[in-house]
Each structure stands twice: as structure tokens, then as C-alpha cells.
Design a protein around this ligand. Structure first.
Ligand SMILES: C[S@@+](CC[C@H](N)C(=O)[O-])C[C@H]1O[C@@H](n2cnc3c(N)ncnc32)[C@H](O)[C@@H]1O
Length: 257
């Protein structure tokens, strides 16, 4: 899918940040933690702005001395000018533009090792998409693929992922992608996760928030696995379900990470 390119050459800082939000080659990183992770995982930062009197540099001293030097080179602006650079200025007072680390679906599917991949089928909420990327990075998954209308590198998804798109390959894919990997449907009607086997190199497919996995994915799956819930509970939040399954895998198979 081609997300629209910015229509004209941006001149002012506000225009640059606005244009970057729609540029399929760029990533807008909102907040100290997103910038911290992007720097830590070697993103190519094109511009960083921090708000004067905001907490970003103090947070850098306290939480991320490894990236402090690069954060200190940021342009410093009064809060009201910083606040013009995003629709919802992040309270940590930091924002930046980086080049995306582009990965193709084939590259994600070809990641070596036994780790699972996460396939999100048409996630509706960018916050869930980002939270799924964040936990996939934390648990050591091989990568994340997402189908549907949303760009997984959208600034809102990056914000929810705290910039961890730079820690593992993340790509949009037209339709169900599995390559030669086993496909595991994660669905409330399946074998109990407590006893189910998670095969190596699996693609773990998670469904859309309202209606779950499509018939196509359910029909093609090699396994169906469910997360046990108390009676009366219909389902977990999408990103929570991703976290539960990835950590079930990780805690069982720490060597595979
Ligand atoms: C909010 S749920 C969708 C609920 C939908 N009504 C359904 O029946 O699948 C979003 C996704 O999270 C995963 N999920 C949530 N709770 C789950 C559970 N208890 N067992 C397995 N998967 C679950 C599934 O992949 C599901 O498609």
C-alpha cells in the first residue's frame, strides 16, 4: 500500500514535522522514550527538538545516559513552539524525525532463528498496533507484520510502541503471509495455551479488535490456540493477548530468544 506523500516541499519546522507525518520514508517519534529507543537501536535521526523546561533532558540523565549526548544536541525551543510540532504534544517534551527502517514482508518472514513472528490482522487501533510492536520487541519476537488500512509506522503507532519499531522488523503486508512457517491462529476457540505446543518459527496470527480472525486465517491455520479466561469474559484486549502468548513462548523457551 502506498501512503500519500507530502504535497510540497516543507520549509518551516512546523511544515517539516507536518509533512513527515505523512511521508512513507520518515518516522515521527513523539516523546522521550520513543527517541531514546530509536537512538539506542541506531535509527538515523534527521532532527530532534526538546522543549525548554520540559523533562526530556532530566529523563535522559536519569534513565538513558547512553543516548544523552545525542539528545543534548537537540534543538531547544520554548514549550509553546515545541507544542506546535504535534497534534498532541508529548508531555515529556521531545520529538524527532527519523528515517524509517524499511523492511519488506519477505524480509520479515525470512528472519533467521526459531522466534515466532506476530501477524496482526487488520488492527483497528493504532495504540494496540504500537503496543503489540512494543511487547514483540521486549519478548524477542522475530518481527511484526500487519494487514489492513493502517500504516504500522504511523506516528500514533510509533508513540504507543515507544519507538521500538527500530528493535525488530515491522512491515505492512497486503494479506495473510506465512511463507514456509507454521501458522498459529490465536483465537478464543482453540487449544489451551497452557498445554499447547508453540512450534518453532511460527507466525502467530491475532485478529481485529471487534470480530477477531478472518475465516481465511482460521481455515489456513495449522494450529488454533486460546488463552484461558474466567467464565463470562469474552476476550482480552488485542495487545494484551499478544503479550500473553509471546511471554508464554519466551518463558518456556528462553534459549530460543
Ligand atoms: C479483542 S480480541 C477480538 C475478540 C473477538 N470477538 C474474537 O472472538 O476473537 C482481538 C484478538 O485478540 C486475541 N484474543 C483475545 N482474547 C483471546 C483469548 N482469550 N484467546 C485467544 N486469543 C485471544 C485474538 O487473536 C483476537 O482476535
Amino acid at each position: 500500500m502506498a501512503w500519500p506523500r507530502p504535497d510540497r516541499h516543507p520549509v518551516t519546522r512546523v511544515e517539516r514535522f507536518r509533512a513527515a507525518r505523512r511521508d512513507p520514508e520518515l518516522a515521527v517519534l513523539e516523546g522521550f522514550h520513543a527517541l531514546k529507543h530509536a537512538l539506542r537501536f541506531d535509527a538515523e535521526l534527521l532532527e530532534i527538538v526538546v522543549a525548554q523546561d520540559g523533562p526530556a533532558l532530566r529523563l535522559g540523565c536519569e534513565l538513558a545516559p547512553d543516548v544523552l549526548e545525542r539528545l543534548s544536541c537537540a534543538r531547544t525551543l520554548p514549550w509553546h513552539e515545541y507544542a506546535e510540532l504535534a497534534p498532541l504534544p508529548h508531555p515529556t517534551g521531545a520529538i524527532g524525525i527519523a528515517r524509517r527502517r524499511q523492511a519488506t514482508p519477505a524480509e520479515v518472514l525470512g528472519v533467521p532463528g526459531t522466534q515466532p513472528l506476530v501477524l496482526l490482522e487488520s488492527p483497528a487501533h493504532l495504540g494496540n498496533l504500537g503496543a503489540a510492536v512494543r511487547v514483540a520487541a521486549a519478548a524477542g519476537a522475530g518481527g511484526v507484520l500487519a494487514t489492513g488500512p493502517h500504516d504500522p509506522w504511523h506516528p500514533e503507532a510509533l508513540r504507543a510502541a515507544a519507538g521500538l519499531h527500530y528493535a525488530l522488523p515491522v512491515a505492512w503486508v497486503e494479506s495473510l503471509a506465512r511463507g514456509t512457517r507454521p501458522l498459529v491462529a490465536i483465537t478464543p476457540e482453540g487449544e489451551d495455551l497452557g498445554s499447547a505446543i508453540l512450534p518453532p518459527r511460527a507466525v502467530l496470527a491475532f485478529g481485529t479488535e471487534r470480530s477477531g480472525l478472518s475465516e481465511e486465517v482460521l481455515a489456513s491455520a495449522d494450529h488454533r490456540i486460546s488463552i484461558p479466561m474466567m467464565a463470562g469474559v469474552s476476550s482480552l484486549n488485542l495487545a494484551t493477548a499478544v503479550a500473553v502468548v509471546l511471554y508464554a513462548w519466551r518463558l518456556r523457551d528462553p534459549e530460543g530468544c
